[in-house]
Design a protein around this ligand. Structure first.
Ligand code: MTE
Ligand code: MO
Length: 159
């Protein structure tokens, strides 16, 4: 079995797709296999769920920042402050969704090592879809599973 198949699951069954859109120069549709094209990172995480208690998991996958950067967010790369109004919305197939700020994952600002997982505890996520992984979060609420859409918003203005 190829490395890509081993990481994303058996060829049988449809592969879940993730749509990247919004203020991007190169919107994209990606399967979990496609996410193997970026450098892979591992995270051993512990989080607490308000209803089911403490969970421990190991995830692997690319950095959200690497994947979104390649989609060409519509800011001026030479001006760091231009990135501060950008938001990232992440939605699962069940409608569960969360917002992140671009600055939170940007290496020049919050540097949160947020992943788009291709595997959870060694189980490939090809058919269920990628899962958002926030190793620094104490609560599991933002670990959105079955991610089907990520939308980058560049025009946020509070005032
Ligand atoms: N798509 C989706 N992802 C989700 C949720 C959800 O309702 N839908 N719940 C979150 C919450 S509240 C927690 S605590 C974790 C639970 O992760 P676990 O099932 O691995 O314990 O998933 C998160 N991801
Ligand atoms: Mo939870």
């Amino acid at each position: 079995m190829s490395q890509a198949l081993a990481a994303t699951g058996p060829a049988a069954g449809p592969q879940a797709e993730l749509v990247l859109d919004g203020d991007l120069e190169r919107p994209a549709r990606l399967t979990v296999s496609d996410l193997l094209a970026w450098p892979q990172h591992a995270a051993q995480v512990t989080f607490e769920c308000a209803t089911s208690g403490v969970r421990h998991h190991r995830f692997t996958g690319p950095l959200l920042h690497d994947v979104l950067t390649d989609a060409g967010p519509a800011f001026d790369p030479a001006r760091r402050k231009d990135r501060l109004r950008f938001l990232i919305a992440v939605r699962g197939t069940d409608g569960h969704h969360t917002l992140l700020s671009w600055a939170e994952i940007d290496p020049d600002f919050g540097r949160a090592p947020v992943l788009l997982a291709v595997a959870l505890d060694g189980t490939p996520l090809g058919s269920t879809g990628t899962q958002l992984v926030l190793p620094q979060d104490r609560c599991g609420g933002r670990y959105v599973s079955g991610v089907e859409a990520i939308r980058v918003h560049g025009g946020y203005r509070a005032w």
